[in-house]
Design a protein around this ligand. Structure first.
Ligand code: 3PG
Length: 216
């Protein structure tokens, strides 16, 4: 796949997703019921972060047992993480940031990849390697919507997925920005609900969020 085709595929995937839950899975046995509860609530595109030791196995279980889930790996910090995600066969990779090594590995890889940026210089590094869809992280803390709008000036062709401080209360405001294709965050899968196995509660959060976004 050409670099452009890979970027187009990722943009289409994010646009279709609209909201992407950032999942930190502590217990492997939660993976499948969690993915099912999100999908049941209309949220299919899932970012499984590499923040726990069971993350890779959790993503594998979701792919095997929840066919409607579109599983990606997040918190990709280095080329080794990227290689693990690609080997697993997930649909996309996301990083909270970027390094020259990671951008090089992502360029060489077939895995659609969104680097994370918070500044113009980081965005310039991403663009120099052809990455025109970036995670804006940490979105609220790094300037919020005003910060994103300011970046939109010199970089009108870049598309963003803001993450960090996004939730039910402000998701619609972020999504109304013309350069925002999706938003991500942990609000769709609160740790307390996952620990309690409150899968119906997670489905309800997803449904409420999507309903509010439709009405907006
Ligand atoms: C991420 O990696 O995208 C963030 O940890 C999610 O941030 P949030 O918890 O504020 O949604």
């Amino acid at each position: 796949m050409t670099a452009t085709a890979k970027q187009d595929q990722l943009t289409a995937l994010f646009k279709a997703a609209t909201v992407i839950p950032v999942l930190t899975i502590e217990r492997l046995e939660d993976a499948v019921p969690l993915a099912r509860s999100l999908v049941a609530g209309g949220v299919r595109t899932l970012e499984v972060t590499l923040r726990t030791s069971v993350a890779i196995e959790a993503a594998r279980a979701m792919m095997a047992e929840v066919p409607d889930a579109i599983v990606g790996i997040g918190t990709i910090l280095n080329p080794n993480d990227l290689a693990r995600a690609e080997k697993l066969g997930v649909k996309f990779g996301i990083s909270p940031g970027l390094t020259p090594d990671l951008l090089k590995a992502a360029t060489d890889s077939a895995l659609p990849f969104a680097p994370g940026i918070a500044t113009a210089s980081e965005l310039m590094m991403a663009l120099a390697q052809g990455f025109d869809l970036a995670k804006f992280f940490p979105a609220e803390q790094a300037g919020g919507i005003k910060g994103l709008r300011a970046l939109g000036g010199p970089f009108p062709n870049v598309r963003f997925c803001p993450t960090g401080g996004v939730g039910e209360a402000n998701a619609a405001t972020w999504l109304a920005e013309p350069n925002v294709v999706a938003v991500g965050g942990s609000w769709l899968c609160p740790t307390a609900e996952v620990r309690a196995g409150n899968w119906a509660g997670i489905t309800a959060i997803c449904q409420r969020t999507l309903k509010a976004l439709k009405a907006a």
